[in-house]
Design a protein around this ligand. Structure first.
Ligand code: COA
Length: 254
């Protein structure tokens, strides 16, 4: 059942996902995770979507996992359900065929930063802060942060952020390569939409193939890519024709 806590809109082949729980600074609860999962499913198959924008309503992008929700789980439930679900859903966003741009409009903490790291590009409003505060609660960033953060900014800076739990400014995040651009707050969505529009105007297959190549395709993506290319060759047509005509194929290598 769709919920208002995560909104999805589509305009000019750009899908915008808005985390919409502003009174709790968009802290992610189970209902929101399930909705994000369903949205990933929808976008994965949506030929009319060329770019995905991710943002938050109110003064936060997302302050991470809902502390009250996960802290009431047993350790086994937390491992089996909460952490694995979040991991799987964020991975789905990372693997979407379309580029995903996170427009960080406010606090980007913990699981919120992990969701932003699953996006391809990040734009941040000037003056916001980003952090991994998990160790301050005695837990760890469990939705991909320990892997995606060092991959993006190097182990040394990642360790500084994760070990200290300290907040860094958007400007430092840009300097470290954690965000692509810092934009004045009121211009953030305008800039995000302009960038999305610029990407959406390009050849969608070329953009999507570039994403897969840069990310180092998993086996399923590589097979999908190789399979579609092979099926487009003259030889594939000849192979099918030969099968239909019950004769040996005459391949030409094209
Ligand atoms: N989970 C659940 N609820 C959260 C939350 C979280 N991660 N972060 C904030 N909230 C809730 C608060 O409980 C509060 O709810 P209430 O109004 O019903 O009491 C509401 O969101 C606003 O938060 P508040 O702390 O009053 O806002 P603030 O502007 O004073 O501080 C932060 C903002 C982000 C500095 C602070 O909320 C914070 O440190 N949050 C926790 C971040 C975190 O540790 N994330 C990792 C989670 S694993």
């Amino acid at each position: 059942m769709p919920t208002d806590l995560v909104q999805l809109t589509l305009s000019d082949s750009i899908a915008t996902i808005t985390l919409n729980r502003p009174d709790k600074l968009n802290a992610l609860n189970g209902e929101m995770l399930a909705r994000l999962d369903a949205i990933a499913d929808e976008l994965d198959r949506a030929n009319d979507v060329r770019v995905v924008l991710l943002t938050g309503a109110g003064k936060a992008f997302c302050v991470g996992a809902d502390i009250f929700e996960w802290s009431s789980l047993s350790p086994l439930e937390m491992g089996r359900r909460w952490i694995r679900d979040g991991h799987r859903i964020f991975e789905r966003f990372a693997r979407l065929p379309q580029p995903v741009i996170a427009a960080l409009n406010g606090y980007t903490f913990g699981g919120g930063l992990e969701l932003a790291l699953a996006a391809d590009l990040r734009l941040a409003a000037a003056g916001i802060t980003l952090s991994f505060p998990e160790v301050k609660l005695g837990i760890i960033p469990g939705w991909g942060g320990t892997q995606r953060l060092p991959e993006l900014i190097g182990k040394s800076r990642a360790k500084q952020m994760i070990f200290s739990g300290a907040r860094i400014s958007a400007e430092i995040a840009e300097d470290w390569g954690l965000v692509n651009e810092v934009v004045e707050g009121e211009k953030l969505m305008e800039r995000a939409q302009a960038l999305a529009g610029e990407i959406a105007a390009n050849g969608p297959v070329a953009v999507q193939l570039s994403k897969q190549l840069i990310d180092g395709g998993e086996m399923a993506s590589l097979e999908a890519l190789a399979g579609s290319l092979a099926s487009y060759t003259q030889d594939a047509q000849e192979g099918v024709a030969a099968f239909r005509e019950r004769r040996a194929p005459r391949f030409v290598g094209q």
